[in-house]
Design a binder for this molecule. Structure first.
Ligand code: FAD
Length: 351
């Protein structure tokens, strides 16, 4: 019987599993998807990996990320911002400004994408620790610890362990039957915590070259017209291709209503922002996290863009003695961020 079952193989769950394994615990990680990483996801081309989830880290102010990047031997590059900035008003009119807003601590990107960091953490776990396509649907407190039931390709499987740790967006915990049931006030507190960026979507546009730079533009833009609200250069350092990415400003319901037309609308907007040639990308990839049931819930369809003030929640006894809560939204600091995912793993303190 393992000492610990970690539920969720995002950065937080993997970091938690690694820390527990390093302390000598026998750990199993159950992951619902066919892949690790959770909200960390890359689009791969021959030139490298583009982030469709998180793309930025701030190692100057995020000690755990700085340490993890260094330990994994990964290179960092500053987000390209040199050049003019484009502003688009509600009517779609564009204006070129000499530069964007200066940042106190520059956003940094990891060469190989954030997935390279997640893979480095996962690589430190023994083979067989992470089990993919184990969608946990029930956790029962039993005399010896916990009984965790997951839906797998070969039907439901129940595993026993001394303890469990949930490392997923808190609202998803509501979809797992906990026996005995959590007090309603605790369930409500978890349901009130938005998954950071869970209602968001990103578009990535690939080009043969960074044609916006030729026009003196950085690739950064802010739009009040949409469908994209904020755009940046996503090109990989030294690559023989270029890319832009944008966050959608359209809410999930509007994106859903216009789903089939979205690629065309994105391409048209790129042309308006950066010139006709930018309206002819080689490829456009759209990743809508709001439609992913292992990231977003119904409540996340209405998330605002403001960063919530995340506070850790601890389960009361008897649940808290057997079930720890991790995941970026449970972080004591940098809640919602990758740094928070690591901080929450650290704070979960599984012996
Ligand atoms: C578009 C976007 C942009 C972002 N940009 C940034 C950024 O630039 N910088 C930054 O720091 N952060 C950013 N974030 C936030 C960042 O992605 C998160 O902080 C981080 O990935 C959270 O990691 P986690 O392990 O806590 O959760 P997740 O990555 O959500 O992992 C949870 C895991 O649990 C699994 N799971 C869910 N339900 C079950 C179940 N029932 N059984 C088993 N497994 C289950 C999921 O499949 C998933 O793998 C962004 C997020 C998004 C979506």
């Amino acid at each position: 019987m393992p000492d610990l079952i970690v539920i969720g193989a995002g950065l937080s769950g993997l970091a938690l599993a690694r820390a527990a394994a390093e302390r000598g615990a026998d750990v199993v990680v159950l992951e619902a998807r066919t892949r690790i990483g959770g909200r960390v996801l890359s689009h791969h081309t021959e030139a490298g990996a583009y982030d469709l989830g998180p793309a930025w880290v701030w190692p100057a102010i995020q000690p755990r990320i700085a340490q993890a990047v260094q330990a994994a031997g990964l290179a960092l590059t500053e987000q390209a911002e040199a050049g003019g900035f484009v502003y688009q008003d509600q009517a779609g009119r564009t204006q070129r400004l000499p530069h964007g807003l200066a940042q106190e601590s520059p956003s940094m990107r990891i060469t190989g994408g954030i997935a390279a960091l997640v893979e480095a953490v996962a690589a430190s776990l023994a083979p067989g620790v992470v089990r993919l396509e184990y969608a946990v649907r029930r956790i029962a407190l039993i005399e010896t610890g916990v009984a965790v039931t997951a839906d797998t390709r070969s039907g439901p499987v129940t595993l026993h362990a001394a303890r469990a740790a949930l490392a997923l967006p808190p609202r998803l915990i509501g979809g797992i039957e906990i026996v005995p049931a959590l007090p309603p006030s605790v369930g409500a507190a978890l349901a009130a915590v938005p998954g950071w960026m869970a209602g968001q979507a990103k578009a990535l546009a690939l080009y043969d070259r960074p044609l916006w730079r030729k026009a003196g533009l950085s690739g950064s833009a802010f739009s009040q017209a949409g469908p994209l609200g904020e755009l940046h250069d996503a090109s990989l350092p030294g690559a023989a291709e270029a890319a832009l990415f944008g966050f959608f400003s359209w809410p999930p319901a509007l994106r859903a209503a216009r789903r089939a037309a979205l690629p065309e609308l994105v391409v048209r907007q790129l042309g308006m922002l950066f010139g006709a040639e930018a309206g002819r990308p080689r490829e456009v990839i759209i990743q809508d996290w709001a439609t992913d049931p292992f990231t977003a819930t119904e409540a996340d369809q209405a998330n605002g863009n403001a960063h919530p003030d995340y506070r850790p929640i601890a389960l009361p006894a008897p649940w808290g003695e057997r079930i720890a809560l991790a995941g970026a939204e449970m972080a004591p600091e940098f809640g919602g961020y990758l740094e928070g995912a690591l901080a929450a793993a650290e704070a979960a303190e599984i012996p």
